[in-house]
Design a protein around this ligand. Structure first.
Ligand code: NAD
Length: 300
């Protein structure tokens, strides 16, 4: 079997094209553009590159964005105060506020993320947004989880009654994705089972032991760990959909968590790295920023 590639770059392009029209309508109605403000702490090359692609996507869509660089020596109190000042629109209006992760180890990441007002929390990490998602009435869905769900829906990969195994339990990817795919169909979800919901979900993590025992049972296998080559071909059920969220740099090359060549011979679908989940994450961030602007101006 040779897996069908899930082209996240192409899908993100189609999503951007439809968002562009909505951004135009917003700008025409409110005489201003939706605006994203990003806090970038320190000098981490990967973070700078992610922030650059977010700003570039905003520009392609006709949105405004600003990046506020902060020294790596900033304290938790400095960052909480900065986020507060952004929330008071002291850096221009801010519909969406995003603090690029990771933060330096001396900073209390939870305290900084909690300082982002939940109605501008376009990453969906605030406890209020996490709570809404867990209750099946999401507002801002964490972008990577939303992107993976959208890929499954777009490829018409059924989820209802299917077994999804997610490797990785982070608050950013694994946990919100598990909640999202296990939820009941929200209004508008297609009834044919290809709606990205109603799945039976298993979450694996660093203490799960023999991962293959679980992953071989998966109709849909999601790898979100950050370990190159973690998922090998014998761990994949023939015909399964394999979604590779991992981003790792190996010898200057970007690779995921999946041993892509051999796994493509077994899987039914495979998302590549790069060009899979990454561009979808950015597209979902843009959708969340537009939603934040609409909610703020009373149209959401
Ligand atoms: P994290 O470090 O917060 O979480 C990693 C998870 O993997 C943890 O839950 C841990 O329990 C689990 N884990 C670690 N070793 C394991 C093992 N041997 N077996 C099973 N589970 C194990 O990471 P994160 O923020 O969730 O990111 C995960 C990966 O996804 C990273 O490579 C990150 O760069 C990538 N990522 C990609 C995107 C994207 O847009 N494509 C977005 C976010 C994160």
């Amino acid at each position: 079997m040779t897996a069908q590639m899930l082209d996240g770059r192409a899908l993100a392009g189609r999503i951007e094209a439809s968002l562009r029209g909505e951004v135009d309508t917003f700008a025409g109605m409110f005489r201003r553009k939706p605006r994203l403000v990003v806090v970038l702490v320190g000098d981490v090359a990967a973070s700078a590159s992610y922030v650059k692609s977010k700003a570039a996507a905003a520009a392609r869509l006709g949105m405004d964005s600003a990046v506020i660089p902060v020294a790596a020596t900033a304290t938790t109190a400095d960052l909480v105060a900065l986020v507060g000042s952004i929330a008071r629109d002291e850096h221009g209006h801010a519909d969406g506020i995003l603090v690029q992760l990771p933060l330096p180890p001396h900073v209390d990441q939870v305290a900084v993320l909690d300082a982002v007002p939940p109605d501008r929390d376009v990453d969906g990490f605030h406890p209020e947004n996490a709570g809404l998602l867990s209750q099946g009435r999401p507002r801002f869905i964490p972008c990577t989880a939303a992107g993976v769900q959208r890929m499954l829906i777009d490829a018409a990969i059924p989820t209802a009654g299917r077994h999804v195994v997610i490797v990785g339990r982070s608050d950013i990817v694994g946990k919100p994705l598990a909640l999202l795919l296990a939820q009941r169909p929200p209004p508008g979800c297609p009834a044919d089972g290809a709606g990205g919901c109603d799945a039976t979900v298993t979450i694996c993590h660093s203490r799960s032991g023999d991962l293959g025992r679980f992953t071989r049972e998966a109709d849909i296998l999601v790898a979100a760990v950050g370990k190159p080559g973690l998922i090998t071909a014998p761990m994949v059920r023939p015909g399964a959909a394999v979604i590779d969220v991992g981003i790792n740099r190996v010898d200057g090359r970007l690779v995921g968590d999946v041993d892509a060549g051999p796994v493509a011979e077994v899987a039914g679908w495979l998302s590549p790295v790069p060009g899979g989940v990454g561009p979808m994450t950015v597209a979902m961030l843009m959708a969340n920023t537009l939603l934040a602007a609409e909610l703020r101006l009373g149209r959401g």
